[in-house]
Structure formats: structure tokens, C-alpha cells
Design a protein around this ligand. Structure first.
Ligand SMILES: C[S@@+](CC[C@H](N)C(=O)[O-])C[C@H]1O[C@@H](n2cnc3c(N)ncnc32)[C@H](O)[C@@H]1O
Length: 299
């Protein structure tokens, strides 16, 4: 595995009014009077919990395959993380370079390649620890994919840098596919979904609640997992595992993509599975998923 970028801080205690926490998660941290540790969702323990609830979700993969085509030769997956989308893409015949800034998420992916189901694909994917906003892989790809609204984790300047890097890493006529959540009829009031699940922490099982809080007026979304870790039949410790994002609409992103020199081609609908809470699935006017397709046209 090559190393070309930054890694993350793990286990830092953040104030309860940190921008990484909103709504119920923020209030819970307040109740603990600053004594509930707040961790990065993609750090060591958070990545294990993320992997628990997302690993069997194949959402976005059919659209990546349909729009990406049956056999692109060289594919770069940005923010591949635990391989949630990488593994089914490998199964479909793609060969991948996966880039992610979290060594912990890449460790989850490496662990998956130890599983009998995925062992045969281990030599079909190369992973790189790096930052999607600035990377230089010294090669160009037929296809670059970036899923799961991860583009929302970036500021406007960082997105400009991302799209420039993507442009430079695409061959002529290469495709860039970006998926994100879209709220076509979001009002101005905050919206929150809470999903309980039993996760597996690094030391044992954990009782978890995933809080997904969207604040349209602030144009932010905060996703936080409250986890109570169980050891010897009792809660041994608790923590909040958090990440936050900027809400950018598909139209805004399409305009930014055009400014980078890429040509915006189409917006496609995406069938999303279990990462989205059941109540959201039954209300497609409130949130649904889209795939943005852009090409690098020859000069
Ligand atoms: C929501 S997860 C997506 C993981 C996986 N692709 C999936 O679909 O489930 C976001 C991923 O983006 C990574 N990430 C966040 N910011 C990044 C950056 N600036 N550069 C590279 N990776 C980044 C995180 O480490 C994490 O693995």
C-alpha cells in the first residue's frame, strides 16, 4: 500500500457545541457534561462500527456498473473506505485502485480481503492512503468513482481541488461518476432519523444508535453513532463517533464540475438500500440518491 497523504486524529475530545455534532447527538454529549469521548467516525473504532452497518449494502453499485460500462480497464475509486462499493465492483469484473485518507478504513478493507468470499479479489485492487483533494498517482484512468455523498465532506475550495485532480487523472473520454443524496423538497426545519443497531466494536459488541441530522438552514448534515461497548455483560465504556458534511445540491455540483474543465453529461436516479433509514425510503420526495456523470472530453 502506498502512502501519499494525511491520516486522521483518533479519540480527540470535542466540545459539545462542536460542528461535528447536531441535534440529539449534540444534546447527548451535553448530558454527559463533556465526559463522553467524541471520535472520528472513520478512526479506529468508528471505522469498525461503520463497517458493521454498511458492509452488506450494495447501493450505488448497479448504477456505477450501468453508467461506467461493463469493462473499463483502469478504475479509480476515491474514498473507497471499507470497500463497501469496491468489493461488488471487483466481483463484477472491475480492477481498482482505491484511495482513502483513513488508514483505519483501509484496514477494514484489508480485513475483508482475508474473508474467503473476497480472497480471490485481493490482487485485483491496489489501495493508496491519500487525500482526494490532492493526489498524484502518475497515471490516468478510464473511470473515477466517488460514492456515498462523500463529496459533501469537502469545502468549496477543496471541491475545486478535487475536480482538478479528477480531471488530471482521467484519460480522454474517461468518466467521473459521483453519487450523493438529494433533498428535492427539504423545508427549512431540521430533520433527524435515528437507527438502532447492534455493532461490533474493537473489543466486543456495542449497542449503537445512528443519528442522521440534516439542518437545511445551516446546509449541514451530521451523522453520529452513539455506541455503548459491552464487556463481561455490562457497558464498559461509551463513545460518540461522528462526521459532518456540507449540503450541496446536484445542480451546484454540476456547475462546479463544469468549471473544472470536465463536461457534465447527466444526472441519474440511484436505488439506495439500507444505509438510508426505512422511513426515508418511503418518502422519496424528502430524500433520494442521484448519480452525476461527467466526462473528460478531448481538447
Ligand atoms: C462515508 S465513507 C464512504 C466509504 C465507502 N466508500 C462507502 O461507500 O461506504 C467516507 C470515506 O471517505 C474517506 N475520506 C474522507 N475525507 C477524505 C479525503 N479528504 N480524502 C480521502 N478520503 C477521505 C473516509 O476515510 C471514509 O472512508
Amino acid at each position: 500500500m502506498g502512502v501519499v497523504g494525511n491520516s486522521e486524529s483518533e479519540g480527540r475530545n470535542m466540545a459539545s457545541d462542536s460542528p461535528l455534532l447536531l441535534g440529539t447527538a449534540q444534546r447527548i454529549v451535553g448530558l454527559y457534561d463533556g465526559k463522553l469521548p467524541v471520535f472520528n467516525m472513520f478512526g479506529e473504532e468508528g471505522s469498525t462500527l461503520y463497517d458493521n452497518f454498511s458492509r452488506n449494502d450494495r447501493s450505488e453499485v448497479p448504477e456505477f456498473l450501468r453508467v461506467g460500462g461493463p469493462d473499463p480497464k483502469q478504475v479509480l475509486e476515491l474514498c473507497c473506505g471499507n470497500g463497501r462499493t469496491s468489493l461488488p465492483l471487483l466481483e463484477a469484473g472491475y480492477e481498482l485502485v482505491g484511495l482513502d485518507s483513513s488508514p483505519h478504513m483501509l484496514a477494514r478493507l484489508a480485513a475483508r480481503f482475508e474473508e474467503p468470499e473476497w480472497q480471490p479479489y485481493a490482487d485485483k485492487m491496489e489501495t493508496v492512503e491519500g487525500d482526494m483533494t490532492f493526489f498524484s498517482l502518475d497515471r490516468q484512468f478510464d473511470l473515477v468513482v466517488l460514492g456515498t455523498s462523500t463529496v459533501w465532506m469537502l469545502s468549496a475550495d477543496a471541491r475545486t481541488s478535487l475536480f482538478k485532480s479528477v480531471y488530471e487523472h482521467l484519460k480522454d473520454n474517461g468518466k467521473f461518476l459521483l453519487t450523493l443524496m438529494h433533498f428535492p423538497s427539504l423545508g427549512s426545519s431540521p430533520l433527524e432519523l435515528a437507527t438502532p443497531f447492534i455493532g461490533q466494536g474493537t473489543t466486543g459488541p456495542a449497542l449503537c444508535t445512528l443519528y442522521d441530522h440534516v439542518d437545511p438552514s445551516k446546509r449541514v448534515r451530521a451523522t453520529s453513532i452513539l455506541a455503548h461497548h459491552i464487556e463481561d455483560g455490562r457497558i464498559s465504556r461509551s463513545g460518540m463517533y461522528a462526521t459532518s458534511m456540507n449540503l450541496i445540491t446536484p445542480d451546484e455540483l454540476a456547475a462546479e464540475i463544469e468549471q473544472s474543465g470536465l463536461t457534465f453529461v447527466a444526472q441519474h436516479e440511484v436505488e439506495r438500500g439500507q444505509l438510508v433509514n426505512q422511513s426515508a425510503k418511503t418518502d422519496p420526495n424528502t430524500r433520494h440518491w442521484v448519480l452525476l456523470e461527467a466526462h473528460r472530453k478531448p481538447l
